[in-house]
Design a protein around this ligand. Structure first.
Ligand code: ADP
Length: 275
């Protein structure tokens, strides 16, 4: 086993992130390991997106250490290992592309720049599996502009899955989506969790994810105000007790699901990774 296998997937030590020298998140210390499903909670404007975007290098790293798979982020290059679904992002009505074409973009990270062409049967199989996970096989050849906002969010999750990432980072995947699609999205996330997919999910809908979340991070005023297991969070806030109305599986799911943090790497689309 190399250091990369045993190191946390994501590790922050007193890290600060912001925009043009203006710090928004400061002194964040956090380690996320394989198999965890982390909900990132906190008021609007507290810095949740800035934290997640900071991990990916999408804003300014203003201090402290950021390591991805045991390597300083600055020298990390294997971004196919990180699947990202940005906040409130849907596809513009002017995009003329099929669902399959959008998901295929997720395969590009596995191809060299001089051959950015998706044509292997392996690519096709992975794209199929990604569409299957999000329940959009029947729309594979549809124009994305004809899909609802919630379906487009699922296309973007499939695009992230198509790179077969080791961790999926999602910024409010269910926000602004109608109730029926929210339900479908929760099921998609539950399916991924059951396959052991490591996820970091910025969300306001903790109740909808109560069955799958193993750990909760609360961001307040740019600081990590709480970081603990779902049970620790529940005993502090009573949050899961009050979510029983929304969730009939509450009793079965109260304990953390058994997980193997040191389990061998398998991406969410590897057939052997399935539950
Ligand atoms: P949250 O995700 O918790 O709602 P954000 O991380 O989006 O919070 O925002 C935290 C703070 O960072 C806010 O004050 C916001 O105005 C600021 N901010 C977010 N994005 C940018 C940006 N692109 N440029 C400058 N400031 C930003």
């Amino acid at each position: 086993m190399t250091t990369t296998d045993i190191a946390p997937i994501i590790e922050l030590r007193r890290a600060s992130f912001g925009y043009a020298d203006h710090p928004v998140v400061t002194g964040a210390t956090l380690a996320i390991r394989r198999g965890e499903v982390v909900a990132v909670l906190g008021p609007n404007g507290s810095g949740k997106s800035t934290l997640v975007r900071g991990l990916l290098g999408l804003n300014d790293h203003l201090g402290g250490d950021v390591e991805l798979f045991g390597q300083p982020r600055e020298s990390f290059t294997d971004f196919a290992k990180l699947g990202y679904v940005p906040q409130r992002h849907t596809l513009s009505a002017s995009v003329r592309a099929t669902v399959t074409e959008i998901v295929a973009v997720g395969r590009l990270s596995h191809h060299r720049w001089w051959r950015p062409v998706i044509r292997s049967s392996q690519d096709a199989a992975i794209i199929d599996r990604a569409l299957d996970v999000v329940g959009l096989n029947d729309r594979a050849h549809a124009d994305v502009a004809t899909l609802s906002g919630g379906q487009q969010r699922r296309v973007l999750i499939a695009r992230a899955l198509a790179s077969n990432p080791d961790v999926l980072l999602m910024d409010e995947p269910t926000a602004g989506v109608d109730t029926a699609n929210q339900q479908v999205l929760s099921e998609v996330l539950a399916r991924l969790a059951a396959r052991g997919t490591t996820m970091v999910i910025v969300t306001h809908e903790l109740a909808a994810l109560a069955d799958i979340v193993t750990r909760i991070v609360v961001v307040q005023g740019g600081h990590i105000a709480f970081d603990g297991s779902r049970d620790e969070f529940a005993s502090r806030t009573g949050e899961f007790a009050s979510s029983a109305d929304h969730h009939h599986h509450e009793d079965e799911s109260r304990g953390a699901r058994p997980r193997l943090p040191g389990a061998p790497s398998s991406g969410p689309l590897d057939p052997q990774g399935g539950a």
